[in-house]
Design a protein around this ligand. Structure first.
Ligand SMILES: Nc1ncnc2c1ncn2[C@@H]1O[C@H](COP(=O)(O)OP(=O)(O)OP(=O)(O)O)[C@@H](O)[C@H]1O
Ligand SMILES: [Mg+2]
Length: 460
């Protein structure tokens, strides 16, 4: 009876056992297949994910390329507008950190750049980032060559009879002299400009005769001195040339003809030796004067007899640092005050031009008076802001950049050049940066003046 009961139970358990065995086998299979399944699912998920990432990347690349194209077009439009309005172009060059910056928090870099826009510069100060937009920004690694390439179209336009002015502005030690003068091995804008003009003159020699002459002057404590003459200590005056055309000249300022590189190097070396340099506790070789390299180009087109005179002013301004910062006293204090006064006179000229005032106070300083023709409606100007990258100079850097920001909105108007033909002086306005004297000119004659003495540096 009991045995039959057990058998009965066993018989009842058999289907359950079969189900269990089946389930067990199914589970075993699933466990065996699981890694493969997992791998497959993960592969599919990864493929899907990669596709999504690729799609996002493609979209990003497309957007970036559209953004860059827009940026490029915007720059082009801006440059066109700058030319049409005769805006002063403002470039900024940030020098590398040097051993003279020392170590520690004060020597930390505070300047960053925009990878996609070469006109943007960010300054971080007290945890806040300020952004400046300029016509072009040169980061610390920029070579002298690259800087020169950017300014060369402006420089060559003096061959076409324009008055051009390029000013290097910034606090002491920010690299003004490095950019303008450079070193023997790596010359700056001054030497490169003269070299370029010589080569352009020789290229145009089949149809034009050109004569290049160089003057070098220094404005020190509001006194204009000749850097190439025998009497460095005598002070020069700026005078209005007779003839009523409102042209300026500097009686007694030496002009040296230059025909080749050897002439150029001799002239530059002589001027460099004369330049007054003094020490402040900010820069051991601080230049305490404004140095001007003035190039006059007289041209004559052989077939037509048309004559042009262009003038190029390359100016290495004295440091724009505030008096309190340089720790100056006595004679150094007087120098610093004179520098500050003439730089603020420069600022006033820019302000008057910006707000299109009828009276522009050029005569408030020797510097602005001398540069009047280039800083007026008939000239073309470019400001090269020199910027130190380190924390201890951040306030001065911000001052320079704000100054540049204001200058950028100055509109000089469409530049014009004066040409002489058959005894009459004609003023032409042109909308192109550097029209070829051989090519067709898209110019319009603005006004005709009677035969007049051309503006010159040297005796009338
Ligand atoms: N782009 C640069 N690359 C390498 N060194 C540089 C650069 N710019 C400036 N320097 C170095 O920084 C130092 C200061 O430069 P520089 O004398 O040109 O300043 P500055 O603005 O003319 O000063 P100051 O107003 O006192 O005359 C120099 O030792 C110079 O060689
Ligand atoms: Mg200097």
């Amino acid at each position: 009876m009991m045995v039959s009961g057990v058998r009965q139970n066993l018989l009842m358990l058999q289907p359950a056992l079969r189900t269990l065995t089946h389930d067990y086998n199914t589970l075993k299979r699933q466990v065996r297949d699981f890694p493969g399944l997992l791998y497959e699912t993960m592969r599919e998920a990864r493929d899907e994910f990669s596709q999504v990432v690729k799609h996002v990347q493609d979209t990003n690349a497309e957007l970036l390329s559209k953004y860059r194209r827009e940026l490029y077009l915007r720059k082009e439009c801006h440059n066109q507008l700058v030319r049409l309005r005769g805006n002063i172009r403002v470039l900024a060059r940030v020098r590398p950190i040097t051993s003279e910056d020392g170590i520690g928090a004060g020597a930390q870099n505070v300047i960053t750049f925009d990878q996609d826009d070469d006109g943007i510069l960010h300054v971080t100060h007290k945890g806040k980032m300020q952004t400046f937009e300029l016509d072009k920004v040169f980061p610390p690694g920029t070579t002298q060559d690259e800087v020169f390439e950017e300014v060369s179209p402006l420089i060559t336009s003096c061959l076409d009879g324009y008055n051009i002015c390029l000013l290097a502005y910034g606090q002491t030690g920010s690299g003004k002299t490095y950019s303008m003068e450079g070193t023997v091995a790596n010359p700056g804008i001054n030497q490169r400009a003269l070299r370029l003009l010589l080569s352009e003159v020789s290229e145009r020699s089949s149809s034009w005769e050109h004569h290049l002459s160089v003057s070098m002057a220094e404005i020190y404590n509001e006194t204009l001195r000749d850097l190439l003459g025998s009497d460095y200590h005598s002070s020069l005056d700026i005078k209005m040339a007779p003839g009523g055309a409102g042209e300026l000249y500097v009686p007694g300022l030496t002009q040296r003809s230059v025909r080749n590189m050897s002439d150029i190097n001799k002239v530059l070396e002589l001027g460099r030796r004369q330049r007054a340099t003094e020490c402040t506790n900010l820069n051991a070789h601080s230049s305490r004067s404004h140095a001007l390299l003035i190039l006059t180009v007289k041209g004559r087109e052989t077939s037509t007899g048309i004559c042009t005179t262009g003038k190029l002013y390359l100016v290495d301004l004295a440091g724009s640092e505030r008096v309190s910062r340089s720790g100056a006293a006595g004679e150094r204090l007087r120098e610093a005050q004179c520098i500050n006064r003439s730089l603020s006179a420069l600022g006033d000229v820019f302000s008057a031009l910006r707000s299109q005032q009828a009276h522009v106070p050029y005569r408030n300083s020797k510097l602005t008076y001398l540069l009047q023709e280039a800083l007026s409606r008939d000239g073309k100007a470019l400001l090269l802001l020199q910027v130190s990258p380190v924390e201890q100079n951040v306030n001065e850097s911000l001052c320079s950049l704000r100054f540049g920001d204001r200058v950028r909105s100055v509109e000089l108007g469409i530049p014009s050049r004066k040409i002489e033909q058959a005894g009459a002086t004609v003023t032409e306005s042109s909308e192109s940066e550097s029209p070829s004297p051989r090519g067709t000119r898209t110019t319009s004659v603005r006004k005709k003046l009677p035969a007049s003495v051309r503006q010159r540096i040297g005796p009338p």
